[in-house]
Design a binder for this molecule. Structure first.
Ligand SMILES: [Zn+2]
Ligand SMILES: [Zn+2]
Length: 263
């Protein structure tokens, strides 16, 4: 039985709090919010009984994983397949037998890596099941509320993985906010971004902000720094936080044009 509490508003899982007087540190942070109805909690057991997992193939070697109905912020995880081992980009709170079987049938996981703390949720359960490291940028260490044995902090601007994949620290939304660059999913390269950038519904614009729900901007110098950094990264395709945030061509120009509006 898994009785660790999971915040229903953001999906963060805690080891040691009790639900009667608990507050979610992530929801209380300025980047999120406590819902007007107050803080409420669930457990992985309850999620397994009441939610399912939906998997959608976005490319031969890329799958989207999300819960149904949507849970917490509506997070999705992305599974990248490679001959040298698969990587799970971000996590959803729910892990159940069908998704475990599906991932095992495709070769399991060589690693889990995160864009930022709004996805940590049940990362330790995912890592235990697939017996793989969890890569989190060291700058976001303070937001790890469950320090399992599989967590591996990385630092600096880049961490090279296998098959040419690279974790790149961008910062902005969180100091450790990062993207995964995958060279083999599209002609110019693909970036998986979480909400390091927030893709607009038109897909013609993107924002980079301290808080998206609370509309808190970043200092303009920070946006200009990120603009310069993105200029150096080669990509044409983006997969963002939500399931509608897939852009399959000219994504770099859209990001650069969007960031140029700040200056
Ligand atoms: Zn929360
Ligand atoms: Zn976020």
């Amino acid at each position: 039985m898994n009785k660790k509490l999971i915040c229903t508003a953001c999906g963060t899982q805690y080891n040691t709090i009790d639900s009667l007087n608990a507050e979610c540190t992530i929801c209380k942070d300025d980047r999120q919010y406590v819902p007007e109805s107050g803080q409420s909690w669930t457990t992985l057991d309850e999620l397994q009984n009441n939610y399912g997992v939906i998997v959608k193939q976005l490319h031969d070697n890329l799958f989207e994983i999300k819960s149904s109905p949507a849970f917490a912020i509506g997070q999705r995880a992305l599974l990248v397949l490679t001959p040298q081992g698969n990587i799970l980009w971000d996590c959803i709170a729910l892990i159940n037998e069908p998704i475990i079987e599906l991932i095992k049938s495709k070769g399991g996981l060589k690693a889990i890596a995160f864009s930022h703390p709004h996805y940590y949720t049940t990362m330790n359960e995912w890592a235990e099941i697939f017996n793989c490291p969890v890569y989190i940028h060291q700058k976001d260490e303070q937001w790890i509320f469950n320090r399992g044995n599989h967590i591996s902090l990385w630092n600096d601007t880049e961490k090279k993985l296998w098959e040419g994949m690279t974790l790149i620290n961008i910062g902005g939304h969180f100091p450790g906010s990062s993207i995964l660059h995958v060279p083999f999913l599209s002609k110019e390269g693909t970036i998986l971004i979480g909400d390091t950038f927030y893709i607009s519904p038109s897909k013609k614009h993107a924002a980079v902000m301290y808080s998206y729900p609370n509309r808190i901007p970043l200092p303009v110098q920070e946006v200009q720094r990120i603009h310069k950094q993105m200029f150096k990264i080669k990509f044409d395709t983006i997969h963002g936080f939500y399931d509608y945030q897939n852009i399959y061509s000219d994504a770099k120009q859209m990001i650069l044009d969007s960031l140029a509006k700040y200056s």
